[in-house]
Design a protein. Sequence first.
Length: 558
Amino acid sequence: MLVLAMAVSVAEGATLGALSWLLEPLFDRVFASKSTEALIWVGGGILGLFLFRGLTSIIGRHLLARLNQETAADMQAALLGHLLTLDGGFFQTHPPGSLIDRVQGDTVAAQSGMQLVVVGLARDLVSLIGLFVVAISIDPMWTLAALVGAPLLLLPALGLQRYIRRKTLQMRAESGLRATRLDEIFHGIAQVKLNRMESYQASRFRQILNRIIRAEVKSATGRAAMPALVDVVTGAGFFAVLMLGGAQVVAGSRTTGEFMAFFTAMALTFQPIRRLSDLAGQWQISRASLERIYGFFDQHAAALRPAQSRALPSAVPPAISFQDVSFGYDDATPVLRGLNFTAEAGQVTALVGASGAGKSTVFHLLTGLAEPQSGQILIGGAATEAMTLADQRRSFAAVSQEAALFDETLRENLILGRDGIPQERLEAALADARVDEFLARLPLGLDTPAGPRGSALSGGQRQRVAIARALLADAPVLLLDEATSALDAASESAVTEALARAQEGRTTLVIAHRLATVRDAHRIVVMDQGQAVEIGTHDELMEKDGLYAKLHALQFRN
Ligand code: ADP
């Protein structure tokens, strides 16, 4: 399609040369010799040229539009596909807003510029060549005179391009910041309002906008400087041609027709040269975005895992054990320090401990969102490092504190693209998770939209949907993070019932702050500063009178 678009543009470009070429017969044969016959074919020729130009122009634009859209879509899909393969560390250092801006903004900036450059280059370069052929065929000396100023262009052009690229990179970086800010504001809208941060956020946003404006204006001025330089050089060329050629026509050694054809050819080069000089700047703008896009393509998830799993959990449901696992989000602060514990197959194991003890981190490592720095994690006897991430994650279904739903219908939130789930299974999961209780009251039923981040449902309803989703995932291990912490008594009992059903036949790990909810766990692992300091049942731990008993006394003081 690109080649076709270029060919059409070339044809469009060639019409300019042909047009100026026709002026010579117009003046010398039609006007000078007063020939009506010549008038008709020259006039017809000019009409035909414009028709042809109109036709090629519309075909060219059509092809270009398709090319633009399809390239942008391909780039966006490829970029998202690649980003999805990157690991947790990448997403910690790249906030969602800036990623959105790169997927949406940079791809469009990059591709639209590239097409402009490629197709513009074809059309304008061919125009120029055609016009210069006409000009040289009339008089090489005049052509040379027209170009007297051209060498002046070179040096400033190179400097300008670097400047434009630098400013564009700045502008794109600020634009990423702008998207990040918007994302944070709208996701945290309740916090913004409660803390009366409206004007603070608005003014911070305004500062980013001001920086974008400055960079953008500088880049645009840089771009405008090229055509401006071209203007000056062209002026000098016109002057030289007028002095040289005009004098020859006055003296009678050349005809008016020759001069007019030459002068028209020169005048017609003006626009293409201006556009070409602008293309250089446009190319720098695309290049800046391309650099940012390829920066992402060059990042790869650390290849810690084999391409094919060498071992898989041997039992369903599997036991899970942490063996001397150490981990830190950065090198300076260890979060897990030689953690050891086992969650028996088919039983409920609770993780308790003060906030910051590392409980959520245990879940991150289990689900492969982060990798241990030393030690081993075994799932059903198989070490996680011998598994692909996909196989590791197949073992887990998670229900977390803020059950994250997508802004789609409840059905889509439950099925998550796994087509072919039989209706009976769906209904059984809905019943087990106690979703059917409130589903009956929703007029649209399963086709009710969940709203942004599931905001159309209450906390307890969201969690029950998340539990149904976990049931449908059919994973042998259930990870519950504070699953009932945000609920009132009535929803809590519904969710608790739902969870009890979900735990049947599964290995369950629960993070709980409220010790009342873990009393029935088969085993409680008490964590302190990244280590398991006590392990046992509620009664055993109470008897031991250690950290668990202390936490318990704190919570039940009243
Ligand atoms: P818990 O779930 O027991 O409250 P976490 O596992 O969330 O504890 O956190 C343990 C420690 O790790 C805390 O000191 C916390 O500051 C740190 N931490 C947690 N998540 C991150 C992260 N994404 N980046 C850096 N540090 C983190």
